[in-house]
Design a protein around this ligand. Structure first.
Ligand SMILES: Cc1ncc(COP(=O)(O)O)c(C=O)c1O
Length: 398
């Protein structure tokens, strides 16, 4: 069969290939990017779905507006306003997961050969999605405080990209957090160079002790002109349930209306039943308690994983302890008694043999893969599994 040329730019994700190995009995997986299913508020979602069917059955089961189910748009606007980003419902479109928002941005903004700046490392699905539209991806370096803004500005001036894609809060895979000062600088740069910034923020609510700085969407009101150059993607996946497939996109009106047009041709609208359920859940008042449970559990797991890594792998592995999210981003240093393995693909194979899985870091790099890096997720493993899993990691290095 003769497939479209655009498929020449992408391949099946290395992570999916790895997932095939996860069926092995007894494997402890730090590989997935899933939230812990045991923390889903099943009762709350069940009540919300019943309420959706009882209060508005026609809307919940009928075709709906492409922009989204109005009560949910209102609920999301309230949610965002509570996080210092005052929003009107018609300033956002509900998407089928935030993944669809990213796809719509690709579809509306990227022509083959267009330059797009992403962080190194960044979300694998975004790399794949933007490549499908023919993007020429350029990597901007990050440190423990997020993207390096001077370097980002230099790259913008040099390459005049169509857009810059950032995950400023507890990034996947970096777990990093862009500082308040840098967030403002990025907004200033966007306004100065008329460059669209896409803020992808599915993890911002998953902070452990202290809330992160406000989103760039919230800060845009303090930086004149920046809101015209900012798109923001949000999601209920990591805070409520990814199976609902409810995300959203806030964007300047011209971009939003083009995205709605493309969504019309794609899935017509996000499941009205899922949207009506999500809308009922948001007004049920259960979100705070559900989020507190998730935050407390992930905070304990993250801290235990970091302690175990330090205790059992010593200086063979370097990482910054995350302040939120689901991931610890690590690097094999080659140092110490366990420093023999420095390639994370080799390490991943040895680890699978010892009964523990994680994702090697190369695929998260759009260019110049750093093969010493790898991603560990602590979200779905209980304390016993974290202790045992890290012990197996250390065995895989000996
Ligand atoms: C950075 C980032 N953006 C977007 C998504 C997509 O999430 P969803 O489509 O479930 O909202 C994910 C999911 O893992 C992610 O890590």
């Amino acid at each position: 069969m003769q497939f479209a040329d655009r498929l020449n730019n992408v391949e099946t994700s290395a992570i999916r290939e790895l997932f095939k190995l996860l069926g092995k009995p007894g494997i402890i997986s730090f590989a997935g990017g899933f939230p812990d299913a045991a923390l889903f508020d099943v009762e709350g979602i069940s009540l919300a779905s019943q309420a959706a069917l009882q209060s508005d059955p026609g809307a919940a089961l009928q075709y709906g507006a492409t922009e989204g189910y109005q009560p949910l748009r209102e609920g999301i606007a309230t949610l965002m306003s509570a996080k210092a980003a005052p929003l009107k419902p018609d300033e956002l479109v509900v998407t089928t997961g935030s993944q669809q928002a990213l796809d719509l941005i690709g579809k509306t903004m990227i022509s083959p050969g267009d330059k797009v700046i992403v962080e190194a490392p960044t979300f694998l699905a975004t790399i794949q999605c933007f490549r499908l539209y023919g993007a020429n991806l350029i990597s901007a370096p990050i440190d423990e405080n997020g993207v390096k803004v001077d370097e980002l500005e230099r790259l913008i001036v040099e390459h005049k990209p169509k857009l810059v894609y950032l995950i400023p809060t507890f990034g996947n895979p970096s777990g990093g957090m862009l500082t308040l000062e840098r967030r403002k600088r990025v907004l200033e740069i966007a306004a100065k160079h008329h460059t669209l910034i896409v803020e992808d923020d599915p993890y911002g609510d998953l902070y452990f002790n202290q809330a992160p700085p406000p989103s760039m969407l919230a800060l845009a009101s303090q930086v004149p002109g920046s809101r015209d150059w900012l798109a923001h993607c949000g999601s209920l996946s990591k805070v409520l349930s990814p199976g609902l497939r409810v995300g959203w996109m806030v964007a300047p009106p011209a971009l939003l209306s083009k995205a709605v047009m493309c969504k019309q041709f794609s899935d017509a609208h996000t499941s009205t039943f899922a949207q009506a359920t999500a809308a009922q859940y948001l007004v049920s008042g259960r979100m705070k308690a559900a989020l507190d449970r998730v935050r407390t559990t992930y905070a304990k797991r993250a801290s235990l994983m970091c302690d175990e890594l330090t205790a059992k792998l010593g200086d063979a592995v370097a990482f910054d302890a995350p302040h939120g999210g689901m991931f610890v981003w690590c690097r094999l240093t080659g140092a110490g008694a366990l420093g023999r393995v420095t390639n994370s693909d080799d390490f991943a194979k040895r680890a699978i043999e010892k009964g523990v899985a994680f994702v090697p870091g190369a695929p998260f790099h759009a260019t110049n893969p750093d093969r010493a890096t790898f991603r560990l997720s602590f979200a779905t493993s209980n304390e016993e599994k974290i202790v045992e899993g890290v012990a197996r990691l250390s065995k895989a290095l000996t």
